[in-house]
Design a protein around this ligand. Structure first.
Ligand code: HEC
Ligand code: HEC
Length: 378
């Protein structure tokens, strides 16, 4: 079950004490965001509401309890505030339900205002969010800065937009072509997992086609392990030993894409052209679509090389949109296929963000299939 106390405690600990291990590999139990429609329906039927699960809910009544964490992370990021700016502590322990902080009281009214605006003017879609006004600041700016900045005219690409299948075909070609990719049956990868605080730990990934992997990070106290078999997964670390939930699976798929690049051709995800965008100094072309669990996905490909630069998955909440971003960098050729050697994952909750760097990749070495077997769900 979703354990707010424990998780929030852990987040707080990470923020306050800069805990000396990669929280990124200790994925949080964000429950009841299921991976298929069927699971979703049953999760919704059984899931608690905010007021059933938490002690002092006034503005967020009726919403699923699993949205608390994304929403609180969202609010913190949108205002450039931390949990402690709105929530009081006694002897270092957060008491999230207490209202003895004026910022919390203002924030509650702001939540109400934001939801009312969306209900009244935008058909309930979260068009107005905390970020719309606050833009990462406690106090929104209401005076435009002088001297006026004239926006640069971006040259609009002329001609018809590329077809999704053309973009995907170029991508397939860019990573080495279907034949070369399909020759790779296993991958044994060694590298480093670097947490947002800069600390790195040895990382090992064993991959077997079509889409299974195990990932091991040697944390000082104990190992952090993930198993993913292409559709389901398992997480084991010092705190947890459980099946992957929807959020974990989404993150696992982002990693799997760099190991099994042709999985992007998922027949369950219909992709459409999503415009052009700049990523650093690269021009990117976007494909966008909806995942089977209804979250939105956006893929950005390098316009010139065709390689995948970024995958963004967004979760909608009534006060704003919670993004999760994976950046694929430092593509290098190994045995005729291009592999990103740096994979950067970013979340609003920075304690979970991490960068995985590959230093050694061996193809078609022996990988014991037994390691992909998932434990029985409890
Ligand atoms: C800008 C202020 C603000 C920030 C920052 C903020 N919160 Fe909250 N939080 C609130 C408000 C307001 C509520 C009550 C919502 C309601 O009344 O429905 C709340 C409620 C909660 C609750 C439910 C408590 C209960 O039992 O009733 C938890 C848990 C929580 N916040 C955790 C966090 C965490 C963890 C962070 C940091 C990641 C955080 N909050 C950051 C304003 C904030
Ligand atoms: C339509 C614009 C708008 C939206 C949307 C909005 N705010 Fe605000 N917010 C304001 C303005 C204006 C103030 C007052 C600014 C000041 O005190 O300087 C404010 C003040 C606040 C403050 C008090 C800051 C302080 O230190 O006094 C908090 C906390 C806050 N907002 C939280 C939120 C949260 C959380 C959301 C999203 C659920 C949100 N706001 C959405 C405009 C907005």
């Amino acid at each position: 079950m979703f354990q707010a106390k424990v998780k929030c405690g852990v987040t707080a600990l990470a923020l306050l004490l800069a805990v000396a291990f990669s929280l990124a590999e200790l994925m949080p139990p964000q429950r009841a965001i299921a991976s298929s429609d069927e699971q979703e329906a049953s999760a919704q039927a059984t899931e608690q509401t905010m007021e059933q699960h938490y002690k002092n809910i006034q503005a967020l009544k009726g919403l699923p309890a699993s949205q608390m964490r994304p929403m609180m992370n969202y609010i913190s990021a949108a205002l450039g505030m931390s949990c402690a700016d709105c929530h009081v502590r006694t002897n270092g322990q957060f008491e999230f339900d207490k209202d003895d902080n004026n910022h919390k009281k203002i924030a509650r009214r702001m939540i109400q205002m934001t939801m009312d605006l969306n209900k009244q003017f935008f058909n309930g879609r979260p068009q107005v969010s905390c970020y719309t006004c606050h833009q990462g600041h406690e106090h929104p700016a209401s005076v435009p800065p002088l001297p006026r900045v004239t926006p640069k005219e971006e040259a609009r690409p002329s001609g018809a937009p590329p077809k999704p299948e053309e973009i995907l075909a170029k991508y397939t070609q860019a990573v080495g072509g279907k034949e070369a990719v399909e020759k790779i049956k296993t991958r044994v990868i060694k590298g480093q997992s670097v947490a947002a605080n800069g600390q790195g730990f040895p990382l090992e990934i064993n991959f077997a086609a079509p889409g299974q992997y195990t990932l091991n990070v040697a944390l000082p106290q104990s190992a952090s392990t993930q198993k993913f078999n292409g559709s389901a997964g398992w997480i084991k670390n010092a705190r947890e030993d459980r099946a992957m939930d929807g959020v974990d699976l989404m993150r696992a798929r982002s990693l799997a894409l760099s190991l099994a690049p042709l999985q992007i051709n998922d027949p369950k995800v219909r992709l459409g052209f999503g415009g052009y965008e700049k990523i650093g100094d690269r021009e990117a072309v976007a494909l966008r679509g909806a995942l089977p669990d209804k979250r939105r996905v956006r893929y950005l490909f390098d316009k010139e090389t065709g390689l995948l630069l970024r995958r963004v998955v967004t979760t909608e909440t009534p006060i704003g949109i919670d993004p999760e971003q994976t950046d694929y960098e430092d593509y290098r050729e190994v045995d005729g296929v291009k592999v990103p050697h740096t994979i950067r994952t970013s979340y609003l909750d920075n304690a979970y963000s991490s960068t995985r760097k590959f230093t050694e990749i061996k193809h078609n070495a022996h990988v014991d299939e037994a390691q992909f077997k998932l434990p029985e769900a409890k």
